[in-house]
Design a protein around this ligand. Sequence first.
Ligand code: FES
Length: 153
Amino acid sequence: MKEHERETISDRRGFLGKLLGGALGLGLLGVLGAVVAYILPPHRRFVAPVRRRQRVAHAREIPLGKGKQVLFGGEPVWVLHLREGLIALSARCTHQGCLVQWDEQRGTFACPCHGGRFDAHGNVLAGLPTRPLPQLRAEMIQDEIYLAPREDR
Ligand code: FES
């Protein structure tokens, strides 16, 4: 084999090695990005779907000690009727947006996607979520339950 043929083969191997290394590097970056997005999803600020008060249920639909999922401007919201009063929380998990379920026995919300748990006030108890469930203002007026955005959020 002549000298210039050896150099051409060596150049090709070097080029293919760099190309393969670059592709592997990009693939690893993609995997790393996906893992980071899974653990630390982007912070999405909760925006109430409507700006004014809206009737969502009659009082008899949510007796004391019970919770019910309602729609507020098309968004799922949990309304709890506890001894301390009405509590309304977004039903969307703050990790990646799955819908949380109220576990009446434990008095907590459970997310079916990655095991996130929240207390009755939306505070994070366990799992991957790092932010509480956003709260809305809930009030009872003449046996009707109304929700409204909270001004302090
Ligand atoms: S979406 Fe991941 S824990 Fe709820």
